[in-house]
Ligand binder design. Structure first.
Ligand SMILES: [Zn+2]
Ligand SMILES: [Zn+2]
Ligand SMILES: [Zn+2]
Ligand SMILES: [Zn+2]
Length: 214
């Protein structure tokens, strides 16, 4: 399974970077953009965290987020479910150094810059995410929008395991662990397993897991 990841866009300044380049870029672009916003202020500034969330075992899937410091962990959990995880209402948890954190706790009471937490969704076929707190700032945030995306990875282009030529669009959940389950459209049509075993390829670290369809 060969893959190629296109560069992602910084939503603040529209410049393009790969994963690690984006982390470096945002640490200077974000404070710079806050300075500029201060001049044309219509929203009251409030504290927020800049966090990076990425697949623990698939770091090619990542999100740079701005999250209000007053938001509860459950707000971040719901956001991650909506964008990346939700398939059948499994349980989830944030933990720090092996200790689970109550979902009702506020970010400002838990997060400090430099901290790394774990988020787990579904304790059967678990999707593990690494949550890195990169910084805390003060700036305008839209009302009723405690989480904003600063940047998100572009969908990696993963080639079909069978022909190795066209991009994979379906995953056969029977065959994926033997390294032959990522299929392009035409190889999916001639694949011998039941079509009920197929899941679509989506831009999420939960692609091909349980009943996740994006
Ligand atoms: Zn930027
Ligand atoms: Zn599920
Ligand atoms: Zn193919
Ligand atoms: Zn199969």
């Amino acid at each position: 399974m060969l893959e190629k990841t296109p560069k992602a866009t910084c939503l603040l300044c529209k410049s393009k970077y790969t994963g690690t380049g984006m982390t470096r870029h945002l640490q200077s672009c974000l404070p710079k953009s806050l300075k500029n916003q201060r001049k044309s202020q219509r929203l009251k500034p409030q504290p927020f965290f800049h966090i990076l969330v990425k697949g623990y075992y698939s770091p090619g899937y990542w999100l740079h987020l701005k999250v209000a410091s007053s938001a509860k962990l459950e707000v971040l959990d719901q956001f991650l479910r909506d964008i990346w995880l939700e398939c059948c209402g499994h349980l989830s948890a944030f933990s720090y150094e092996g200790t689970d954190l109550a979902m009702g706790r506020k970010l400002e009471d838990v997060f400090t810059p430099g901290m790394e937490l774990l988020h787990e969704y579904d304790f059967g076929t678990t999707t593990e995410l690494l949550v890195k707190v990169l910084g805390e700032y003060e700036g305008p945030m839209e009302k009723n929008k405690p989480v904003e995306i600063l940047s998100r990875n572009e969908a990696p282009e993963i080639l079909c395991d069978v022909c190795g030529k066209a991009p994979a669009v379906q995953i056969c959940t029977e065959c994926q662990w033997e390294g032959g389950g990522w299929l392009c459209q035409s190889c999916a049509e001639s694949h011998e397993c039941s079509k009920e075993m197929f899941l679509p390829v989506v831009n999420s670290p939960r692609t091909g897991v349980c009943g996740y369809t994006g």
